[in-house]
Write a protein of this length. Structure first.
Length: 428
């Protein structure tokens, strides 16, 4: 059901800290939000590390369902003929699209309103003979007898900490942006235990994903200023007409989306890092492109080399006394490289930093991409070692701080990832 004018579906994305987010905290200080960004990034990274060697299974999607511990982006979608608005978490690392449905048990913290299928004339349960139910593969959707002895297509998810999500698969109409999509397959969760979420919009490449249902092999997004809680121009684009703009590099389409970082240049110098520590080989290595983590993660050797290069820049600054290392910010057992100062006011002329991916695709970064303002008077490097998540971790993660002010796009057939610096307010 592509748009008749051939243009992609355009959906506004809402950042976790946004004034439009259900998790907005009006009294939170900049330090409070920065601490959340750090902790949620570690939590997100722990999920991606845990999943890096496994097939796409819902029982691994612990983080996406526990949104009180995750950052990232949400989308407001309309559900059913009665157009019930639901704020769903947008995730490129999972495939099933699901929302909470009435009657819903267990979870007393569930965001309102909860979708009631009885109020929608366009709702219908999917039967056990549907192609999607048969082709669900590794995703645990199956037919089973219900309490009333009827054979129904159901999904059931359990987690190690006791939380769970289960229900029936169904079809319904949804409104994404300005587009009405009819007959969309989704999970209707009736029993959601210890999960503070309205649902998840999974964008991984899988036969049951929304992308596959629509026949879309391209999608993209534009991330603007993630530090501005009033910013309203983050956008998601779905459709085969999504443009691949700017630099292009090879995309590894697995349970997540991977690219291969080859070199890092700081102030014109290539850092002495063996590129093999970034390359994806089988189930190890590779850089996951992710919107859920604020911070970017790399192997410790790369982070230390990056930190030394940054310290040299500050040491050589003509106004050397202006920047003082602040050693008071240690979280997760790692002392972050932090300075006293303001990124926007003090680092406007910061020397060039470039991430160079396969095929020479070069991502030119500004100080806003590299540093995270953690208080009114201090900022830290927004890159952490992946080993603080797991000592045996081999993947890297491209977080949303580095991706801000870029339009990024994915071509799942050509296996290409493209990016171009852009003002998201001008792109639709």
């Amino acid at each position: 059901r592509p748009r008749p004018d051939g243009r992609p579906l355009t959906i506004k994305l809402i950042h976790h800290h946004s004034t439009h987010s259900p998790y907005f905290r009006p009294n939170a200080s900049m330090k409070d939000l920065a601490n959340f960004d750090h902790d949620s990034s570690i939590y997100r990274a722990s999920l991606l590390v845990a999943n890096s060697n496994s097939s796409l299974q819902l029982n691994n999607l612990r983080l996406e369902l526990d949104l009180t511990k995750s950052g990232g982006f949400f989308a407001n979608i309309g559900v059913g003929s009665s157009y019930i608005l639901q704020m769903v978490y947008v995730d490129t690392g999972s495939s099933l699209f699901w929302i909470n449905c009435k009657p819903c048990g267990f979870n007393l913290r569930m965001p309102e309103p909860i979708f009631d299928p009885n109020t929608s004339s366009t709702f219908a349960f999917d039967n056990c003979h549907s192609n999607i139910c048969k082709a669900s593969g590794t995703v645990p959707i199956s037919c089973a007898f219900d309490l009333d002895n009827t054979y129904k297509c159901k999904f059931e998810v359990y987690y190690g900490d006791g939380s769970s999500c289960s229900g029936r698969v169904a079809r319904e109409q949804f409104v994404f942006g300005e587009q009405i999509l009819k007959g969309i397959f989704f999970g209707c969760s009736y029993k959601t235990k210890n999960i503070d979420s309205s649902g998840i919009l999974g964008l991984a490449d899988h036969s049951i994903s929304l992308l596959a249902q629509l026949g879309y092999r391209r999608f993209g997004y534009c991330i603007g200023n993630v530090s501005d809680t009033s910013y309203s121009n983050h956008k998601l684009f779905l459709g085969n007409s999504v443009a691949l703009l700017g630099y292009k590099t090879s995309l590894v389409v697995d349970t997540k989306y991977y690219i291969n970082l080859e070199k890092i240049m700081v102030n014109g110098d290539v850092l002495a890092i063996d590129s093999n520590i970034f390359k994806k080989k089988g189930n190890i290595g590779g850089m996951v492109v992710d919107t859920g983590s604020t911070y970017t993660y790399m192997p410790l050797l790369a982070v230390k080399s990056f930190e030394i290069a940054v310290m040299n820049i500050f040491d050589e600054d003509e106004d050397e006394d202006k920047f003082t290392i602040n050693n008071t910010f240690s979280r997760g057992g790692y002392m972050k490289l932090c300075y006293d100062g303001d990124v926007k006011q003090d680092l406007g002329s910061f020397p060039p930093v470039e991430l160079i991916f396969e095929r020479g695709a070069t991502m030119d970064l500004t100080a806003d991409n590299i540093f995270h303002q953690i208080s009114k008077s201090s900022f830290c490097l927004g890159i952490l070692p992946i080993e603080i998540v797991d000592k045996g971790a081999t993947i890297s993660i491209l977080g949303n701080l580095i991706q801000q002010q870029f339009f990024t796009s994915f071509d799942l057939d050509k296996k290409e990832f493209a990016f171009e610096r852009m003002d998201c307010a001008t792109w639709d």
